[in-house]
Ligand binder design. Structure first.
Ligand code: NAP
Length: 238
């Protein structure tokens, strides 16, 4: 990963932070994106101390397409390339179908589905010119399995799988790889607001999810890890 330009969207989250902490000592040039600028600055300092050669933080709300465009423009202005984009921003609203408000449903689609698409599209436009790049989208296991109370969340994440596979087909001739990650429950702040009581002690650790992402993005150029499944033992979906 030495000198690779890696944009981590949702860098301050559980999985995003664990990923950045693994990439920093590997020599990656890191671009950190999320909304809260104080948390981004604190993470930037921590990663610099951990050996990251260069870290740029760009406060970004990915529900606004102009901000995702600006994120990628600031990345290329500073580093001249986007080698890897990892979309780890997201949130969960887990409610029965008849408890979901229109605003809940919009919030899931705006953040998880459209936000991931806006960032993927902006990065892919640069990667297409480079004729190389790797886009990682965290659909989660609820991107392909249903769950009670998952109506809005699953709708957004099934959508992530759909657009990612279509973009992968369109962009493979430009040397752009896509990987979909189907993690089961990961013990992160995601669960503080998801509205569901869960036993976090049985979940994957964020470092385990980050290991899987590092595995995928550090393979030889011709190898394409299309999908990575990782479930906690206590909650297996096949
Ligand atoms: N945790 C799990 O069990 C699990 C399992 C499978 C898949 N996933 C998926 O994995 C991804 C990461 O999850 P996580 O567990 O790391 O979540 P997390 O700890 O809650 O982190 C979420 C991150 O997204 C950022 N974010 C939220 N809204 C944003 C917005 N509008 N624009 C930009 N950034 C935004 C947050 O920062 P700000 O609030 O500062 O913006 C934070 O950095 C999500 O897509 C989630 O759906 C999670």
């Amino acid at each position: 990963m030495q000198d690779k330009v890696v944009v981590v969207v949702g860098a301050t989250g559980g999985i995003g932070t664990a990923l950045c902490q693994q990439l920093a000592p590997m020599g990656a040039k890191l671009v950190l994106a999320a909304r809260n600028s104080d948390r981004l600055s604190a993470l930037q300092q921590q990663l610099t101390a951990a050996g990251a050669p260069e870290v740029l933080s760009v406060p970004t709300d990915i529900t606004d397409a102009t901000q995702t465009t600006a994120l990628i423009e600031k990345t290329t202005a500073r580093f001249g390339a986007v080698d890897v984009l990892v979309n780890t921003a997201g949130a969960g609203i887990l409610k029965q179908y008849n408890k979901l408000s229109a605003a809940d449903f919009d919030a899931m689609l705006d953040l998880n589905l459209k936000g991931s698409f806006h960032t993927s599209q902006a990065a892919a436009n640069v990667m297409r010119e480079q004729r190389s790049g790797h886009i990682c989208n965290l659909a989660g296991i609820l991107g392909k399995h249903s769950m009670v109370m998952g109506t809005a969340y699953c709708a957004s994440k099934f959508g992530v799988v759909g657009f990612t596979k279509c973009m992968a087909e369109e962009l493979k001739r430009f040397g752009i790889k896509f990987t979909l990650f189907y993690f089961g429950g990961v013990d992160s702040p995601f669960w503080d607001t998801a509205g569901l009581k869960v036993d976090r002690s049985k979940m994957l650790r964020p470092t385990t999810a980050a290991n899987a992402i590092v595995f995928a993005i550090s393979q030889e150029p011709a190898a394409i890890p299309m999908e990575v499944n990782m479930q906690p033992e206590s909650h297996l979906f096949f």
